[in-house]
Design a protein around this ligand. Structure first.
Ligand code: AGV
Ligand code: CA
Length: 315
């Protein structure tokens, strides 16, 4: 069986970095490129943590990590952006004190163009942050579109309530879309096939204490320990639903790369609001572009599958 080739652009959150670990572990996937955009993270620690995760869990894979030069319209809260520093400082990633995986000389969007242009086969794009680097790549090199198998994106929602709680916004958008709404519009304007893992499904996979405790009890497995340590950086606030409740947004998106009986989707047409109080909101509209929205997941089967995957990682 030939492996699915995947290019990964992420924004350095805890679940973005957990997703990188999973991609390196999933047998059906060959990771062909990694880049980091400073949206829900600071750039240097997120690039550094990515390089160390590839060193530790990449089984000698020949990858480098490209840093983005993109800047968003609506910045993420600083407390969330700090998480990459904590992951980068984990003793588990710093045992040897040398990092072999290199940082690319190229900015992320150029790295993406080069990877696509040099590939014989079409590549699946996995984006777990804003779409800015993809929009910039398409602007400079529209020909890459035919090299893209499809885009799997964590972002957007068609629910009335999104997850942005900011002054001057009405709360209807999802954060990755809100950071750069124009980029979403630019990508929507292409013919690229899009799988959108929206809040409809990610809301079904909150990180509960029950899951944290289950992982704690299995920490003799290096992969389970790593993920448990990462998520310990997002403190559990379980008595109230707050702006800091953590869901497995990007991890669900990553797992959805391969067909799963417990993940469900439907085809809709939509557009994105580019400015004003609802900027970043994705809205259903018959005349809009087609996307496949992942809108339902069986929570228990998802966590079972994920935990089994985590067991597969070895030193
Ligand atoms: O909107 C979800 C996206 C995902 O890509 N990110 C987090 C995931 O990496 C932004 C975000 C929304 N709420 C958050 C976020 C929170 N409470 N903490 C950190 N990031
Ligand atoms: Ca993310």
């Amino acid at each position: 069986m030939s492996k699915k080739q995947v290019y990964f652009n992420h924004d350095g959150g805890v679940d973005d970095l957990a997703s990188l670990f999973l991609l390196l572990t999933m047998e059906e996937i060959e990771l062909v490129g990694v880049s980091v955009i400073p949206a829900d993270c600071y750039l240097e620690p997120a690039v550094s943590a990515s390089r160390k995760i590839i060193d530790r869990f990449g089984k000698g894979e020949d990858l480098n990590v490209a840093a983005s030069t993109s800047r968003g319209v609506n910045p993420f809260p600083k407390e969330w952006r700090m998480h990459a520093f904590y992951v980068d400082a984990l003793p588990l990633l710093n045992e040897s004190n040398v990092v072999h995986t290199l940082k690319s000389e190229l900015p992320a969007h150029v790295h993406l163009i080069q990877t696509l242009e040099q590939s014989k086969e079409p590549i699946t794009l996995l984006f777990t942050g804003p779409l800015t680097d993809l929009a910039r790549a398409l602007e400079i090199a529209p020909g890459i579109e035919k090299k893209i198998e499809k885009l799997v994106w964590m972002g957007g929602t068609f629910l009335n309530e999104g997850n942005v709680e900011e002054p001057e916004h009405d709360g209807t958008a999802e954060w990755n879309a809100f950071w750069d709404p124009e980029a979403v519009a630019a990508v929507f304007a292409t013919e690229i096939e899009i799988n959108m893992v929206a809040l409809e499904s990610t809301n079904q996979v909150p990180l509960t204490n029950e899951i944290r405790n289950m992982w704690a009890s299995q920490r003799k497995h290096i992969g389970v320990d790593f993920i448990g340590q990462c998520y310990a950086m997002c403190p559990p606030l379980v008595h109230i639903e707050t702006n800091s409740t953590y869901y497995l947004w990007d991890v669900l998106t990553t797992v959805s790369l391969t067909p799963q009986s417990f993940i469900h989707s439907k085809v809709v047409n939509c557009y994105v609001e580019k400015d004003g109080v609802s900027q970043g909101r994705t809205i259903l509209d018959e005349k809009g572009r087609e996307v496949t929205v992942v809108n339902d997941v069986d929570r228990d089967l998802f966590f079972q599958y994920l935990t089994a995957l985590m067991h597969q990682a070895e030193d």
